[in-house]
Design a binder for this molecule. Sequence first.
Ligand SMILES: Cc1cc2nc3c(=O)[nH]c(=O)nc-3n(C[C@H](O)[C@H](O)[C@H](O)COP(=O)(O)OP(=O)(O)OC[C@H]3O[C@@H](n4cnc5c(N)ncnc54)[C@H](O)[C@@H]3O)c2cc1C
Ligand code: SF4
Ligand code: SF4
Ligand code: SF4
Length: 594
Amino acid sequence: MHRIHAMDLSGQIGKLFKPKERPHSPTAELSVKTGKGCAKKDFQWLTTNVPCQAACPAGTDIPGYLTAIAGGEYEKAYRINLIDNVFPAVLGRVCARPCESACRHGYEGLGDPVAICFSKRSADDFNASGPVLLEPWFPNSGKKVAVIGAGVAGLTAARQLKLMGHDVTVYEKHDSPGGMLNQGIPEFRLPREIIAREIAQITGLGIEIQCGVSIGDDLKLTDLIPDVDAVVMAAGTLKPNLLNLPNHELPGIMHGLDFLLQVNEGKTPHLGKNVIVIGGGFTAMDCARTARRLGAETAQWDLKVLYRRSKDVMRVTPGELEELDIEGIPLECHATPVAYLEKNGRLTGMKFRRTGTHEEFDVPADTVLLATGQFPDHSWECEPETFQTLENFQKVFAAGDYASGASSLIDAIGHAKKVAEKVDQFLMGEKRMEKSVLVEPAETTGRSVEMNRIPRNRMPMLPVAERSLHGEVETGYRRKDAVSEANRCYRCHFKFEIDQDKCIKCDWCLKAKPRPECILMLKSIEHDNEGRAVSWEATDYVREMNMIWINQDECIRCGACLKACPVDAISLQKVSLFSGTNIDNTGENPENSE
Ligand SMILES: Cc1cc2nc3c(=O)[nH]c(=O)nc-3n(C[C@H](O)[C@H](O)[C@H](O)COP(=O)(O)OP(=O)(O)OC[C@H]3O[C@@H](n4cnc5c(N)ncnc54)[C@H](O)[C@@H]3O)c2cc1C
Ligand code: SF4
Ligand code: SF4
Ligand code: SF4
């Protein structure tokens, strides 16, 4: 494939084609010019062009809310998030951020990804509206649903089903709702009032949460099923994976979930002087940083994290490894635990083997915190006959980590949203929620080229000396940082396209373009049966060129071509995902539109 270089073609190209000789416009990559499209290629356009939204398991309208923040509309930005991901203020702090790894701003040569997660938090920090209670999508159905577990998955399923018109009761065995938000994640990463506030926006819709009710113990699943029309099991992964090594019952060996639960309930477990944390995920980081805070006053304190694989495969929140380092906690990778060491029935340390060299070494320990994973505990599903009748089998659904295994908050939320739609379809006998692609003409993206040069805004942090078990470490953007960060977003949901019938091939857009390959001179282009451009041959030579074409994947939506074109051959459209009820088919999406 030939590549384009800057060249002066002024005046030459327009003469090359007479109107009737011009190549046909390629089939548009969207099925509609304006309104709602439901073709496969419409969804594919969104997936390839708005990579952040495609990477978000809950399908959050990221460019939509960043645009709202850029315009100072925090309530709108919060609402967009609330509709899509249920827990904006929580996720704005502790989301695993798959969207940021996918962000176009992070592509090679384009700088750092937009701080999508911190921006979500800003939407809440500067939203002055107070609690937001969403309007129901459907009238009351008279159907009853029981949800087991009040973690993010159970609460998401409950909210969606309530908005769909069903009566929902959530059963939670812990004494407060939130699941791992309360039981696992420490307060210094996630203040408790944030959790309570966002759960109140769910219970405020009329959902009852019965805490202190353990299904299987206090109420049998077999007794619950006949009383309701559907059950959603969202019981998380509470069964710890304990290392099956000799001496594993020695005092001083504790699973990280138990340790964090104790601290989160206000207890102070005794750790001794030497503490080892084993693992490389969320739990390991939280155990280490919590232990660090508990031992801060202890003289001769020694704390270390050991992990059997490499740093780059650790499943942690971006930035957490840096915080581990800043808080002075050493991390040793490629170290596999092989034996607990003991003397006179007392834990004295652990033996490790180094991956690759197989060299063995001992690390002294008074406490070993195991952050070695957890699984769903199915024991409470009780008698095997529970699922032996077809009716019971069809009525019961599983959501979140209980269904998929230990994952992340946003994975659990995204999964629970899908499960809620399945439950609704089962209850109502039809698919009532729809997804389509909304295409609207637009005048401008609202950005300037200068905004592309704004560096990523750093999250302000508490100084290490001031950090404790309680005070939030990340203190939040100032209002002006929030706007500046939101302005960094290219707004990839805008589509620039050259109308081949209008284009006079003057080359002005080629001269204005900021990226070498965002606009190409093409010899030819091929489309698949769906009308998607699948391959093309670019050329550097005017004599070989048949059309000038915008490569959406390389386009950073700067608008330079639109301004440069002398004959208005370039059009601009806004393309967004519509997700909602199929009742109002007017083409309007009051909740998601900007
Ligand atoms: C320490 C720790 C830190 C983490 N940090 C992050 C992070 O920073 N970012 C991130 O994205 N993810 C993080 N995760 C992962 C994330 O918390 C989970 O993926 C998420 O909580 C799963 O949600 P869930 O609703 O499926 O399960 P859970 O949050 O585990 O909720 C399940 C709920 O079901 C209840 N329950 C269980 N059995 C019964 C029963 N029989 N009857 C009634 N109730 C029952 C439990 O008490 C619990 O409240 C972390 C996990 C841990 C353990
Ligand atoms: S630049 Fe904006 S719209 Fe594009 S991927 Fe990044 S956050 Fe999403
Ligand atoms: S808007 Fe036009 S000039 Fe700007 S990056 Fe996209 S194709 Fe290139
Ligand atoms: S799109 Fe406009 S600026 Fe670009 S070559 Fe065609 S007429 Fe010229």
